[in-house]
Design a protein around this ligand. Structure first.
Ligand SMILES: O=C(O)c1ccc(O)c(O)c1
Ligand SMILES: [Mg+2]
Length: 633
């Protein structure tokens, strides 16, 4: 199992009025039993049983019911039942018989609600009155079994493809056993306005399914079946959606139904924890969207916001773990960093240049750890930052702290790296004095850490987006695809509003088994990248070699002054420009799975040189290829 963030939550019974949480078994990998255990361990209140999971299970319905009971999980929904309404009389008879068999099964499972998807195949008519009459008949059958039907408009329904149409049919059916299932994906994927949810009586909303998704332009069925995400990982405005729902007075389960090719493959407990985090985040944005009106309208569901955290004042340090410490030291020295020596008690050393601090050490043998093993942030209130993270089910990193040492509070990110919160304050954090050699205020060309680029294993990319978005309250920028020799690299930046903290996440292509193919990196902000590059060269620095073709292209695009053009070529400095300003930056060779970058932002340039990224990736690839062959190309 890769990169387990945490394990073993204990169930807490939902408080009255609190959001009841549920998850569809289709979100998780494994057998039905493994899915139930994962949902339980992540602290869900209930699950939706997806029919294929039940059919494939060797356990009897009674045994499944007992197992769920033992785990303290309610079985909230049986799904899906398909292609019922809008059919001719003969098919209707068959469909009613088919439904009765499922209702009997639900009785054995102890499930009270069945999801009915709008007909995608066999409907002959879109007459809403006809559909309503047939649903009423189905309601009568359901009544004999003491169960109810939640009718859901699929975005690709043959005739019924909007929640408003489904709501009209349910109103016409006018049967106490017939209500609605609202699924955020089907509504928002079609661009339908969720505001009219407020016109639906709460007692006819039987179930609610929430899913986020990346904003793709593709056919909606494929989008739904392969690309759904947990709330907070995609582009839908789910806080507004939920606020409409809460205002109706609905207080049933809020369930996650996320069809996703990655989540079907990875550790179900890790996914369940991620899912539970997404619902806590959803509750938070719902509370924000409802505002001080405390729910307003008929609200019965209470939604608590998370502790508010101010954006970090500073990136305090970045910690790198590598087996190639000697090379890393040499590189830092060449870039003008100074050593502060070893920590008093821990086997790490500190290097700094301006307010950029890099803690380096050998890999920790105890647990899986990416090369960028930690990021330290200065925050106004570390205890509150930790409390927010723990409210979001992040696991705290136990820290061995000696008397007199600066307290740092840390949590583990999905890739196994650590995020530490320290108190903001003086220009130099107090923990710096825990290292042997004191600070200094030599003139410096590097100011601070500009951004940190974290390559993510494909299994945990979306989880990392959710983690940084929710725990640190960072905004997610649109993701871009960068072409590398080993595949397309999806890259997404999360940043604080003021840009002090910027984390770029890169998704390692799944075929790229060797993680050295996509190293992690730290970018430092310089006031004069050209002067820094010159100084580094005098100290023996060899930059990443950028091809002449690149500079010909820059020259063609931007018509730079010949003097600057010459310097860029000579020093292997890359260039970008937009309406807001200019960007000059250069790269080091990778050392193992890490490399460094120095950037200079002129004017209001806020990007990362996206056009240069493929050139950089190709140059690094070439460097590795040549190095491994031990001969020049
Ligand atoms: O893709 C489907 O068929 C499907 C089934 C059940 C649902 O609740 C849903 O939203 C989609
Ligand atoms: Mg659904």
């Amino acid at each position: 199992m890769l990169f387990r963030e945490t394990r073993g939550y204990h169930r807490r019974w939902p408080q009255k009025g609190a959001m009841r949480t549920s998850i569809a078994t289709v979100c998780l990998s494994g057998t039905l039993d493994q899915k139930l255990v994962a949902a339980h361990e992540a602290g869900f209140d209930g699950v939706e049983v997806f029919e294929p999971d039940l059919v494939a299970s060797p356990r009897s319905p009674e045994a499944i019911r007992a197992r769920a009971e033992q785990l303290g999980l309610s079985l909230d929904l049986y799904q899906p039942f398909r292609d019922f309404e809008g059919v001719g009389p003969e098919l209707l008879e068959q469909n009613l018989r088919r439904a009765a068999a499922k209702f009997a099964l639900m009785n054995r499972l102890g499930i009270a609600t069945m999801l009915l998807c709008s007909n995608v195949a066999t409907a002959r008519s879109g007459d809403e009155q006809l559909a309503a009459v047939q649903l009423r008949q189905l309601g009568d059958v359901a009544d004999r079994f003491g169960v109810r039907i939640a009718y859901e408009a699929l975005a690709w329904g043959r005739f019924v493809d909007s929640y408003e149409a489904a709501a009209r049919i349910v109103r016409l059916a006018d049967h106490p056993r017939v209500g609605l299932c609202l699924d955020s994906f089907h509504i928002l994927s079609k661009g339908h306005d969720p505001e009219a949810i407020e016109t639906i009586p709460a007692d006819s909303i039987f179930f609610v399914q929430m899913a986020d998704a990346p904003l793709l332009s593709m056919d909606v069925l494929s989008w739904s079946r392969h690309h759904r995400l947990f709330p907070g990982e995609g582009g839908f405005d789910l806080g507004t959606f939920m606020a409409h729902l809460v205002r109706t007075g609905y207080d049933g389960p809020v369930s996650l139904e996320v069809f996703n090719d990655t989540f079907r493959q990875v550790d179900p407990l890790a996914t369940a924890v991620e899912a539970r985090r997404s619902l806590r985040w959803l509750e938070h944005v719902t509370a924000l969207s409802l505002g001080s009106a405390a729910g307003g309208g008929a609200a019965r569901m209470s939604t608590a916001s998370l502790p508010a955290v101010a954006p970090p004042a500073d990136v305090n340090y970045v910690e790198l773990r590598t087996g190639e410490l000697q090379e890393l030291r040499r590189l830092l020295m060449q870039l003008g960093f100074r050593s502060h020596g070893e920590h008093r008690t821990k086997r790490v050393e500190l290097w700094s240049h301006g307010a950029a601090r890099v803690v380096i050490g050998a890999p920790d043998s105890e647990h899986v750890q990416p090369t960028v093993a930690g990021i330290g942030l200065s925050v106004r209130d570390p205890a509150t930052a930790l409390r927010r993270a723990k409210d979001l089910f992040a696991s705290e990193v136990p820290r061995d702290e000696r008397p007199g040492e600066e307290p740092l509070l840390g949590v583990r990110a999905p890739d196994g790296s650590e995020v530490f919160f320290g108190a903001e304050g003086a220009t130099e954090p107090r923990w710096v004095s825990e290292f042997g050699i004191p600070g200094h205020d030599d003139p410096h060309l590097i100011e601070r850490v500009d951004h940190v680029n974290l390559a993510q294993p494909w299994q945990r990319f979306d989880a990392a987006v959710l983690f940084f978005h929710s725990v640190l309250d960072l905004g997610a920028e649109a993701s871009i695809d960068v072409a590398a020799p080993v595949g397309l690299v999806r890259s997404q930046v999360l940043r604080s509003a003021d840009g002090i903290l910027r984390i770029a996440l890169n998704l390692v292509p799944s075929g790229a088994s060797d993680d050295a193919i996509l190293p992690q990196h730290i970018a430092f902000a310089s006031s004069d990248v050209i002067a820094l590059a010159r100084g580094a060269r005098e100290r023996g620095f060899e930059p990443l070699d950028i091809p002449g073709n690149y500079y010909d292209d820059v020259e063609a695009r931007y018509q730079l002054e010949p003097g600057l053009m010459e310097e860029l070529r000579e020093l292997n400095v890359m260039y970008d420009r937009d309406e807001d300003g200019e960007f000059l930056h250069f790269y080091t060779h990778p050392i193992g799975t890490v490399f460094l970058e120095v950037v200079e932002r002129r004017g209001g340039y806020a990007g990362y040189g996206a056009l240069n990224a493929p050139v950089r990736l190709a140059a690094q690839y070439e460097h590795r290829r040549v190095a491994s062959q031990g001969a020049p190309a």
